[in-house]
Design a protein around this ligand. Sequence first.
Ligand code: MSP
Length: 492
Amino acid sequence: MKRFYLTTPLYYVNAPPHIGHAYTTIAADVLARFWRSAGRPVHLLTGTDEHGLKIEQAAAAAGLSPLRFSDNISAQFKELWDHLDIRYDDFIRTTEPRHETRVQECFSKLLKSGDVFKGLYRGFYCVSDETYWTETDAAPDEKGRRLCPNPECRKPLQAVEEESYFFRLSKYQQPLLKHYRDNPGFLKPSHRANEILRFVEGGLQDTAISRTKVKWGIPVPGDEAHTVYVWFDALLNYVTAPQSSDAFADIWPADVHIVGKEIYRFHAVTWPAMLMALGLPLPKSVFAHGWWTVEGKKMSKSQGNFVDPRAVTNEFGVDALRYFLLREMPFGNDGDFSQASLKKRYNAELGNDLGNLLNRTVDMVDRYLAGELPRRAAPGESPLAQELSAKQPLLSSRMEELDFSGALGLIWEAIGRLNAEVNAQAPWKLVKTDPAATQRFLFDLVRSLRIIGGWLEPFMPQTSAKMQAQLGMRQTDGGKIQKAPLLFPRKL
Ligand code: MSP
């Protein structure tokens, strides 16, 4: 069966990972886990982007060779993904031979076909964004400075004039527009599609894809004074990585490339044009999510306000971070990461709504049913569990749409429903008059919580496993309840 192939951006190794990187990678992991649990084979690719001037400069500042420097930071990304329970199928580094040789092959192929040609580049370059800008893009400001036009960046640009290889992007304007028209699900979410359409309709210019002044890069085959432009190199990872596996035919093309909104153009315009030029099938969709600010401010070196995911997990646990990131900000929109909001959701939604519900259910089963757990329900036996199961299709469709906060909203509605039902049924009273009804209700409650535990697996794997252990989710033959410490002890 064709695997569900999804990717994250390859993160630059100039600095250690922060919650922005964790966000994208957790989202990809949640989607991957959802598809695996639905029985679909999955291939999740992530990795690190290690060439280019920005890394070269960061390494020099640290007094290390670019490769040694990259080894160190790339390993930090991997360790963090393990710590955050992210299960990827492949991790690619752009400095690996399996990538470098294939990038050179692609370059040669396009040179031969005429989609790559030699010319003279005259314009501007932003090292921080690793992006070329034209004279018009980079018009001087009132002080005569040329700053990066990306509003998130605004760093001074370098003037560049050098011999360069170009990619014939202009040739793909019409094919791209046709592809967007014929595949309405390609540009996601739909509210970001317009920006891409306007840009491509405005005309595409051929883009420079090699540098003579940058040494830290993949040499252009046969013309080693040039190195391949870092974006042209990095984008190709999505194909070079699976090509180095035996399963390429089961993997290609990607079902979704998940990226941040600031690199949407590279993924929605340049990348599909490169694939057209290479004669490879295009991904099914490219999804651009929004950006986090922190306590109302942009995360930046100058602010020194990068949030270290480990600082959050040390205090709240891995699952709370995963939950918060996907619940707080609808996937596709922007949002703010604040300590107050994190603590509030932790205490209210994880501690109270979910944690207490589980805890009191376990207590009541222990106390009123001597710890006896229910078997799988006979039809009609568990109305609440049945009501929850009926929501499965809606939940699945939200997951398929990458509407993670919507899916969590639905799960929390169900949790709210169960809490309300416990209060209404009041088993602590009911048990005095009708033990059989108490058992029926508590069994229904346990079965309902088993369903919730299953739904939570993609988002909070550890919590789901703990619920499973307490409620005997795998058991079809009853068994005994396991008491355990609170899932989310209150934080003051
Ligand atoms: N190396 C390029 C991508 C090449 S893909 C072939 C790059 N790397 S990056 O290290 O800057 O990572 C950018 C990505 O990190 C964003 O697209 C997004 O996925 C994630 N984020 C970084 N900061 C973020 C926020 N503040 N908020 C949300 N996501 C953020 O660009």
